[in-house]
Design a protein around this ligand. Structure first.
Ligand SMILES: [Zn+2]
Length: 450
């Protein structure tokens, strides 16, 4: 959903306004755009290994939230070859990370409109001091997209902010010796003249950073876990780990459904590819692992994000602990369940014994700052916050809070204030002190202070 706070049309007596170039996110002010809400992206992308060339057409279906004379898309990709709005050529201009589109006629408030952007060339690999490479990552036989937090714009003209989620359809055409994967469920591939088109559909709303495309040689395993289709694909160099990654994913999925409630999507799986990214990303339905075979805890973490981060999305990146603290706590719960010498309390205590200046405790997870948004403390102290909550309210209210958070906000959004309010309502306890101390107060929380 767009959260435009810009001047409304009413202020100027109904005259059409341009859309805003950002949504005012505290960490990424130019990510996302105001004035419209996207409902679907239809991505038609052809990949040619020679020259690593992409020829793509992206159709964006959106609803205008006010009358628009022009609007912005986030785009950092290669050369644009055409833009149309509702079938008519539209003026367009690139301004840094923004693509400003001026349709032939103003778009009326509440109108549903279709923008088609075509481009050709090689999408850029981006770098971020905290993460390293992201966006469109080249691999030895293709590419792998990992776009958190603002890298979708590298390959997808989009409203690149998690507050505007949309469904996705992909048609990816590759030479028949290669395969292509994306989010959601596949159609049967179609081959013609040495080229194969792979279609994937993600029917649940998805944040742009969670969209992935994986192109290359892969070996694959499929099965079902109840109603959920599980598809795992690994680069042939990881062939020996295929069964283990697949089976662990299914096991983690079944176990987390008992803890957190019904799995929010209709498919799952994993993609393990060769770029040495050194991280995994919880791309919706099918997490990607960049350059390593994940262990159990890693898989549990990425599967937990399907509830916490993907189905319940952030409204603003400052609340990143709602993703990372929760997924880390799922790892601790897994260890508690599968190792009788381990418990979430013991793990909490080990970190709590560290000095007040430890990177596990600093910066504070509720306000880590843009450069530290994937810092260790967002994960660890974020999970410690949940353990402190569990001790305060007891297991029954704690797990009920997690389940309600996931079910009440399914396919939607949540923020820290809403989570605190839910935990208070579910437990009947005053909890502002606990969250203030654990999320926002610098240094190690003193015993008895929450
Ligand atoms: Zn994570």
């Amino acid at each position: 959903m767009g959260l435009s706070q810009g001047a409304g049309a009413g202020a100027t007596g109904g005259a059409a306004e341009p859309g805003d170039s950002g949504l005012g996110d505290g960490y990424f002010p130019t990510s996302g755009n105001g004035g419209y809400d996207v409902s679907n992206y239809e991505v038609d992308l052809k990949f040619t290994p020679e020259g690593h060339r992409v020829d793509a057409t992206v159709e964006i279906k959106a609803k205008a939230e006010r009358e628009l004379t022009s609007f912005n898309l986030d785009y950092r990709g290669p050369k644009i070859t055409g833009v149309t709005v509702d079938g008519r050529p539209a003026e367009h201009e690139r301004k840094g990370r923004e693509l400003v589109v001026t349709p032939a006629a103003a778009i009326g408030k509440d109108a549903v409109f279709e923008t088609v952007v075509s481009y050709t060339g090689t999408p850029p690999t981006l770098t971020n001091p905290g993460l390293g490479s992201y966006g469109w990552n080249k691999t030895k036989d293709g590419a792998l997209v990992t776009a958190q937090p603002d890298g979708a714009a590298a390959w997808l003209p989009s409203n690149d902010h998690p507050s505007d989620k949309a469904t996705f359809d992909f048609a990816i055409t590759v030479p028949s010796r290669l395969r292509a994967y994306a989010n959601g469920e596949p159609d049967k591939p179609v081959t013609e003249d040495g080229l194969t088109t792979y279609r994937w559909h993600e029917r649940s709303p998805m944040a742009t950073y969670l969209a992935t495309v994986a192109i290359g040689r892969f070996v694959e395993r499929r099965s079902r876990a109840g109603r959920i289709q599980v598809i795992t694909a690994v680069d042939p160099k990881y062939r020996k780990s295929l069964k283990r990654v697949h089976d662990t994913t299914v096991k983690a999925l079944r176990w987390q459904q008992r803890l957190f409630g019904p799995y929010p999507f209709s498919s799952s799986g994993a993609i393990v590819d060769d770029p040495q990214l050194g991280y995994a990303l919880e791309t919706q339905t099918r997490p990607v692992y960049g350059g390593f075979v994940p262990d159990e805890a890693f898989i549990v973490h990425e599967i937990a994000h399907q509830w916490f981060g993907n189905s319940v999305s952030l409204r603003r990146w400052e609340d990143i602990w709602l993703n990372e603290g929760f997924a880390t706590y799922a790892e601790w719960l897994w260890k508690e369940r599968h190792n009788r010498h381990e418990s979430t309390r013991k793990i909490f205590n080990r970190y709590y014994r560290q000095s007040g200046s430890s990177p596990a405790l600093n910066p504070v997870p509720g306000r880590p700052g843009r450069t530290e948004m994937f810092g260790f403390s967002v994960y660890i102290r974020g999970a410690m916050t949940l353990e402190a909550l569990r001790r305060k309210v007891g297991d029954r209210a704690f797990f009920r809070t997690l389940r309600l958070w996931a079910t009440e906000n399914k396919d939607g959004h949540g923020d820290t204030e809403e989570f605190i309010a839910l935990a208070e309502k579910t437990s009947g306890k005053q909890l502002d002190r606990l969250f203030k101390v654990w999320l926002y107060q610098k240094g190690k929380p003193a015993k008895g202070s929450w």
